[in-house]
Design a protein around this ligand. Structure first.
Ligand SMILES: [Zn+2]
Ligand SMILES: [Zn+2]
Length: 127
């Protein structure tokens, strides 16, 4: 399975509580919605559909590595500066975590993904 953005092979990163596929190039993480929701709940975050966000159909990042159909971009965070991508067919999620380090362990991947969704759910300040 290849990274939808870099088209290089994703690396499996796992432990006994779950698994992700991480891109060694862009620190993107490929996961599925049930896995992600479990993780979000465990870190006191709302599940994905309650996090909000705005669908952007114009700015597609790439293809689902499983289904080979176009991913849908969901924008959120402050001034919609953040985005993740989802496959409406298989429920796959691609998160570009912006992590500066290569994600090599499950713990690093969890930290990166939770950090991303903490910022993603932030409501704009003031007003
Ligand atoms: Zn990548
Ligand atoms: Zn898919």
């Amino acid at each position: 399975m290849d990274c939808p953005r870099c088209e290089i092979e994703l690396m499996p990163v796992e432990n006994e509580s779950g698994s992700f596929s991480c891109c060694p190039e862009c620190s993107g993480i490929w996961t599925d919605v049930s896995e992600l929701n479990r993780l979000l709940l465990r870190h006191n975050l709302p599940v994905l559909e309650k996090l909000g966000g705005h669908v952007n159909h114009d700015d597609s990042l790439g293809m689902c590595p499983d289904c080979q159909i176009e991913l849908v971009t969901i924008e959120g965070g402050e001034r919609r500066s953040m985005a993740y991508d989802t496959c409406e067919h298989c429920g796959g999620i691609f998160v570009d975590t912006d992590s500066e380090e290569t994600l090599e362990t499950f713990e690093q991947a969890v930290e990166a993904i939770i950090g991303f969704y903490r910022r993603f759910q932030n409501k704009p300040q003031g007003k």
